[in-house]
Design a protein around this ligand. Structure first.
Ligand code: SF4
Ligand code: SF4
Length: 313
């Protein structure tokens, strides 16, 4: 708490603001001194560096990040938009990632003061080992998150490398330092799921038990459709994450954030516990959608209920 800045993280995020405005970087800045909460980010690094397994996982991810990308080939391979998008299944089949989708880049997904010139974002998702993540907030869960961020980075570099070999420039974006791009709205638009009360995406199959990375490109991929599986309504009548969050950071109701009503987590309450526990993740682990095999059954039940209500007029 000694390094907490005077400004509230909720003010940086635009909690209570009625007018849309660009997003300001709140955490995971590529250069922590650039942001008001940078000292807290540095504290997180300092704490995790004391645990050898975290230092090893971070070094392993850095190796992935430092590996050079292939040069952009001089010959440009052409394909239909659907052909490009369908070809992403090869990365799921090969085990690089479990989820892949595409969205056209929107201005409101770009951090204030940054620029994105590419027209498309390919979003990739890698799923946690539930046995590890369910140990949250023990360090085993934080280590699993770091391991999957490493895997997500590798997947983004593989996809970007593949595109570059086909003559299309491509820039891998790896979490959590995603720089200019807000990955959650991009992933929502690309059909990864719906925003949950705990502020993370809920996918109908994998719940919230996954991490993201992305690739920016001008290759003309066809966007994949957003998903409406009734999850938003489910969250309205579920309190599991709210009750499980030790610092009570999860709001019961949607909040107005930069002109949009949405589920929101109180940054100032979450962050101290998050830092203290090397990444917490309790809300992700306790969400019923995250339990293996549960999501598809819940989604099927919600679909049956929606159909019944529609038939009843
Ligand atoms: S635990 Fe319940 S309320 Fe929280 S995100 Fe999951 S489904 Fe929504
Ligand atoms: S990460 Fe932990 S502290 Fe933060 S909202 Fe989730 S359960 Fe609460």
């Amino acid at each position: 708490m000694a390094v907490f800045p005077e400004i509230s993280g909720n003010d940086v995020n635009g909690l209570g603001e009625e007018t849309p405005r660009p997003v300001r970087m709140i955490y995971w800045a590529p250069n922590p001194p650039d942001i008001p909460h940078g000292d807290l980010q540095m504290y997180f690094y300092g704490q995790s560096a004391k645990v050898p397994a975290f230092a090893e996982a971070r070094a392993k991810r850095q190796e992935v990040l430092d590996a050079p990308l292939p040069a952009v080939a001089p010959e440009i391979v052409q394909n239909s938009p659907e052909g490009w998008t369908n070809s992403l299944t090869q990365f799921i089949e090969s085990g690089d990632c479990e989820l892949a989708g595409v969205a056209e880049v929107r201005g409101d997904w770009i951090m204030e003061g940054h620029e994105i010139t590419q027209s498309r974002v390919i979003v990739l998702g890698v799923v946690h080992d539930y046995g590890e993540i369910s140990q949250a907030p023990d360090p085993a869960a934080g280590l699993e998150v770091m391991a999957q961020y490493g895997r997500a980075a590798a997947a983004a570099k593989t996809v970007a490398g593949w595109l570059r070999e086909q003559g299309w420039d491509a820039e891998p974006i790896t979490g959590p330092m995603s720089g200019a791009l807000l990955m959650i709205p991009a992933a929502l638009s690309a059909g990864f799921g719906e925003l949950g009360k705990h502020g993370s995406i809920i996918n109908p199959t994998y719940g919230s038990s996954f991490r993201l990375s992305a690739v920016l490109t001008n290759a003309p991929f066809a966007p994949t459709p957003a998903v409406d599986a009734g999850i938003d309504g489910f969250c309205a009548s579920c309190k599991i994450c709210e009750d499980a969050c030790p610092p009570e950071a999860i709001f019961q109701e949607k909040q107005m954030v930069r002109g949009k009503s949405k589920w929101y987590v109180n940054f100032d309450k979450c962050l101290p516990f998050f830092n203290q526990t090397h990444g917490c993740a309790i809300c992700i682990a306790v969400c019923p959608w995250s339990r293996p095999g549960v999501g598809p059954n819940l989604a099927a039940k919600l679909a049956r209920r929606a159909e019944r209500l529609e038939n009843e007029g």
